[in-house]
Write a protein that binds this ligand. Structure first.
Ligand code: 13P
Ligand code: SF4
Length: 435
């Protein structure tokens, strides 16, 4: 099977030759270009954006990191040359550098990773190599921040393209969450009930800034990933009467629903409205207050796609990521983190047809690795996570060759005043094992 990168290039070329628009087969023909093209466009325009393929509804905050220009030699290098240079740099660096790759990275990057995994596994992987001078994180910004917090102060965490952020993580900013917290404290007070449970426990999804992880650490809260969200919510309900869950409303709703929390006890908090747009009684009766955030990649999945898959492939197993909307999770056969999806496929002993609702690079890789099964993405349009996609082999070659020369570029360093509290919330998360 061809990689997503190659598929996008082929589709775009064919469509251009036919003089037609590439829309329909891939979400943006601009993805066929190197990310430096749009990194430069953004730098010139002074307006940060999430790159081609991102939902037009997601506007990047002004503070979103931007990538400086990549030296020309890396933009002009062929795939073969980049491959040779990355391998040579890796060889020279040896144990001095460890490369981590998220499942959503393109194949052209994943092949150089020493560890490939979901965000929980990669947070753990960052702990396993305390002797490495550098952790090169092929993922997105919040993952690199987490690696920096969990690694030793001597280690440098490097994100090959600084513009690899996450639109969902940017949907909750510290000021809005602090403001929400103040309003909740005013309404609920701060005294525990007779069972010793405080009025509210903050839980942040891993996909959030280090500052929000620190907020949770400071306020008796915790971080979760999609693989341990159930364990984390149980942890929180033991200590609190209710949970404030941010930024992903869908992961919060899907997980709490699976634990038996009724929908009417899960109001949504809209940061632009007083009391999040709720009346006092609704908040007093709540068990989980959901922040108004979502992932634009997983929002693309819908029940119609599942119905179509079931019609065309009787007996198909539908597995989706819990960042998908509730109706999609309900209509699927199962839902879980990227690692859950991988393991569910590995557990099938008979040839099976799987329709998967998660990022396309991961789905296509699962299909290539499991030729005994038929595996396809529920969404027929090739659309990778636009920010994960910004990690291109050109950027990887650049950061590795700089390291060989003893220079650290694109370092992600979390402020000291944020580190300690964020680490408290992250260590609670690491202790909450996936179910
Ligand atoms: P995982 O925690 O499953 O790796 O997912 C991370 C992510 O960003 C999903 O969109
Ligand atoms: Fe963020 Fe969604 Fe991309 Fe995951 S898939 S990194 S949540 S935008």
């Amino acid at each position: 099977m061809t990689s997503v990168n190659t598929a996008i290039q082929l589709i775009t070329r064919e469509e251009a030759e036919r003089g037609a628009s590439a829309r329909g087969a891939t979400c943006s023909p601009a993805l066929a270009s190197g990310p430096w093209e749009y990194d430069l466009a953004e730098a010139l325009a002074g307006i940060p954006a999430y790159g081609p393929g991102a939902s037009s509804l997601d506007s990047a905050p002004a503070a979103t990191p931007r990538q400086g220009q990549l030296p020309e030699e890396y933009k002009l290098a062929s795939d073969e040359e980049l491959d040779a240079r990355i391998l040579a740099a890796k060889e020279r660096l040896g144990d001095r550098a460890v490369i981590l790759g998220h499942f959503y990275q393109r194949d052209e990057v994943v092949k150089y990773a020493d560890f490939v995994g979901d965000s929980f596994q990669l947070a753990n992987a960052a702990l396993t190599r305390p002797d490495a001078e550098a952790i090169v994180f092929c993922g997105v910004h919040f993952m690199a921040e987490t690696a920096d917090i969990l690694s030793t102060p001597e280690q440098a965490v490097i994100l090959p393209n600084l513009a690899a952020g996450c639109s969902m993580a940017d949907m909750a900013d510290t000021d809005s969450v602090e403001e929400c917290w103040e309003q909740l404290e005013e309404l609920f007070g701060t005294e525990p009930d007779d069972a010793g449970r405080v009025p509210v426990i903050p839980v942040t999804y891993m996909n959030s800034s280090a500052a929000l992880k620190a907020f949770c650490g400071r306020n008796g809260g915790i971080v979760c990933t999609s693989s341990n969200a159930k364990t984390v919510l149980e942890w929180a309900f033991e200590r609190g009467q209710r949970v404030l869950f941010f930024p992903d409303q869908h992961l919060g709703r899907n997980t709490a629903k699976a634990l038996g929390v009724p929908l009417e006890q899960m109001p949504m908090w809209n940061p632009r409205k007083e009391l999040g747009g709720n009346d006092q009684q609704t908040l007093l009766d709540s068990r989980v207050i959901l922040w108004h955030g979502f992932c634009s990649v997983h929002k693309r999945f819908n029940v119609g796609q599942i119905e179509k898959a079931r019609q065309e492939y009787p007996g198909v197993k539908v597995i989706v990521h819990p960042e998908c909307p509730m109706e999609v999770v309900d209509a699927a056969d199962s839902a879980g983190s990227t690692d859950f999806i991988k393991k569910a496929i590995a557990a099938a002993t008979e040839p099976t047809t799987f329709a998967i609702g998660t990022e396309i690079n991961m789905v296509n890789r699962l299909a290539a690795e499991n030729p005994q099964h038929t595996i396809f993405c529920l969404d027929p349009v090739i659309c990778p996570c636009s920010t994960m996609y910004r990690i291109h082999p050109g950027y990887l070659a650049w950061v590795l060759e700089e390291l060989v020369e003893g220079r650290i570029v694109n370092r992600i360093a979390v402020d000291d005043d944020v580190q300690d509290n964020a680490k408290i919330a992250l260590e609670r998360m690491l202790a909450a094992k996936p179910l």
